[in-house]
Design a protein around this ligand. Structure first.
Ligand code: ATP
Length: 391
C-alpha cells in the first residue's frame, strides 16, 4: 500500500512562492506523471514528496501518516535522478548494494536483492563492471536498480530518460512500463518534458502551471477534454490551434463564425444566451483535413514539413492564432505555397470562452482543481486554470 495525499501543499523560497494550493490524492499502485512548463515546480514537488525539500505549507500524508517532518530515509520512497547519481568507483552490484549495506542488511540479503534487481533489469552480465564501462541506458538501469533493491512503496523519477538518445529513450521507457507492470502495488511518480512518456506511462497526468494544478486526468481525458486553453495547448504536439470567433447559432450543436472568415459547427451544446459570445475554436492539427466543401479555414501554405508518415502545413493568418498548423497523413510537400481549404469533424473541435472550455461549464470534471492558484510574481498566468467559465 502507498496512498499519497497532498493537502494545500505550498513551497516558497523566501518571498518567492513556487507552488501553492496543491491538492492531490494518489492511490496505491498508480503511475502519476507531472508535466508543465519549465520552472513550474515539477521537480520541487517531487523533491518535497521525497523529503529533499522542506514543505513550507500544507501536509503530505503517505498511507495516512503525516510525512512533513519525516526524514527521506524513513518515508519508504526511492528516487531515480536524471543524472543517474552512481558512485564511479563502485561496481554495478556495489552501487545497488550501497543503501542496503548502510541499512545493515546481511550479505545473503544483499546478494539476493542485487541478483533480483539485476535480473529484472537485464543487468546480470554487468554486475561486476564499473559505471564507466556501461552505456547511458545501462547506467540508468543501474540507477533504477538502486531504487528496486530497497523495495520502496513509492518510486520517484525525475526526468530519468532525458540524458539518453532517442532510441535508448524508447527502449528504457518500455522497460519502465514493464517494471511498473511487474510491481502493480507500487506507486510511481514521474517528472518529464516528453509528451510520449507522459501519454504512454501515466495512469493520470498532473498538469502543473502557474504554481498550481491546471488539470489532473487520464492521458486521453486531457487530450480529448482539456479544461482550459492552457491544457489544450500543452497536451498534444504540435499544439492545438486556437482560432478566434463568435457564436452565431446555438442548440445541441453550436455554430461558430471565425474572425478569419470560415464557419463551422461544433458538437458542444449552447443555449440562446450564448448567441454572439466570443470564443476560441480549438482544433488539433491532426484533426484538420483538406476539403472542397465548406471550410473552417482557408489560407496559403507558408511552409510544409514532410516527416514521412505525416506532413505539417503552416499557415500565417495575421491573427493572434498564428501559425495555424495542419498535420496530414502522408507526404504533401507539393502543397507549399498553394491555397488550401481545411475542415474538421464537429465532434473533434473544442470551444473556449475566456480561456475555459464550454464543455465543462455546467459540469466541472472531478479532476479539475477545487481551488485555483492566484497568479503571482508578474507571471502571465491569470488565464491558466481559472474556475469554470464565467460568462
Ligand atoms: N533553491 C532555490 N531557491 C530559489 N528558487 C528555487 C530554488 N530551487 C528552485 N527554485 C525555483 O523554483 C521554480 C521551480 O523549479 P523546478 O526545478 O521545480 O521546476 P521544474 O518545473 O522542474 O523545471 P524544469 O522543467 O526546467 O526542470 C523555478 O522557478 C526555480 O527557479
Amino acid at each position: 500500500m502507498a496512498d499519497l495525499k497532498l493537502t494545500d501543499v505550498a513551497k516558497s523560497y523566501g518571498d518567492v512562492n513556487v507552488l501553492r494550493n496543491i491538492d492531490l490524492d494518489i492511490t496505491s499502485g498508480e503511475f502519476i506523471v507531472f508535466v508543465g512548463p519549465s520552472g513550474c515546480g515539477k521537480s520541487t514537488l517531487l523533491r518535497m514528496i521525497a523529503g529533499l525539500e522542506r514543505i513550507t505549507g500544507g501536509t503530505l500524508e503517505i498511507d495516512g501518516q503525516q510525512m512533513n517532518d519525516i526524514p527521506p530515509s524513513q518515508r519508504g520512497i526511492a528516487m531515480v535522478f536524471q543524472s543517474y547519481a552512481l558512485y564511479p568507483h563502485m561496481t554495478v552490484r556495489d552501487n545497488m548494494a550501497f543503501a542496503l549495506k548502510i541499512a545493515g542488511q546481511s550479505k545473503e540479503q544483499i546478494q539476493q536483492a542485487t541478483d533480483r534487481a539485476g535480473k529484472m533489469l537485464q543487468l546480470t552480465p554487468y554486475l561486476d563492471r564499473l559505471p564507466k564501462a556501461l552505456s547511458g541506458g545501462q547506467r540508468q538501469r543501474v540507477a533504477i536498480g538502486r531504487a528496486i533493491v530497497r523495495d520502496p512503496k513509492v518510486y520517484l523519477f525525475d526526468e530519468p530518460l532525458s540524458n539518453l538518445d532517442a532510441a535508448l529513450r524508447v527502449a528504457t521507457r518500455i522497460e519502465i512500463a514493464q517494471l511498473k507492470e511487474s510491481m502493480p502495488d507500487r506507486t510511481m511518480i514521474y517528472v518529464t518534458h516528453d509528451q510520449t512518456e507522459a501519454m504512454t506511462l501515466a495512469d493520470r497526468i498532473v498538469v502543473l502551471a502557474g504554481g498550481g494544478i491546471a488539470q489532473v486526468g487520464a492521458p486521453l481525458e486531457l487530450y480529448e477534454r482539456p479544461v482550459n486553453e492552457f491544457v489544450a495547448q500543452f497536451i498534444g504536439s504540435p499544439a492545438m490551434n486556437l482560432l478566434p470567433g463568435r457564436i452565431t447559432g446555438t442548440g445541441a450543436r453550436t455554430r461558430v463564425r471565425l474572425d478569419a472568415g470560415g464557419e463551422c459547427e461544433v458538437a458542444i451544446p449552447t443555449g440562446p444566451e450564448d448567441e454572439g459570445l466570443t470564443v476560441s475554436l480549438g482544433v488539433r492539427p491532426e484533426d484538420m483535413r483538406i476539403t472542397d466543401g465548406p471550410a473552417l479555414f482557408e489560407g496559403e501554405v507558408d511552409l510544409t514539413e514532410a516527416l514521412g508518415e505525416v506532413t505539417l502545413l503552416y499557415f500565417g493568418t495575421g491573427l493572434e492564432a498564428d501559425p495555424v498548423i495542419a498535420k496530414l497523413p502522408g507526404i504533401h510537400n507539393k502543397l507549399n505555397h498553394t491555397t488550401v481549404r481545411l475542415t474538421a469533424d464537429p465532434e473533434a473541435m473544442h470551444l473556449f470562452h475566456e480561456g475555459n472550455s464550454l464543455l465543462y461549464r455546467d459540469n466541472p470534471p472531478p479532476s479539475a482543481p477545487r481551488r485555483m492558484p492566484e497568479p503571482e510574481g508578474g507571471e502571465d498566468l491569470d488565464e491558466i486554470a481559472k474556475p469554470n467559465p464565467a460568462r
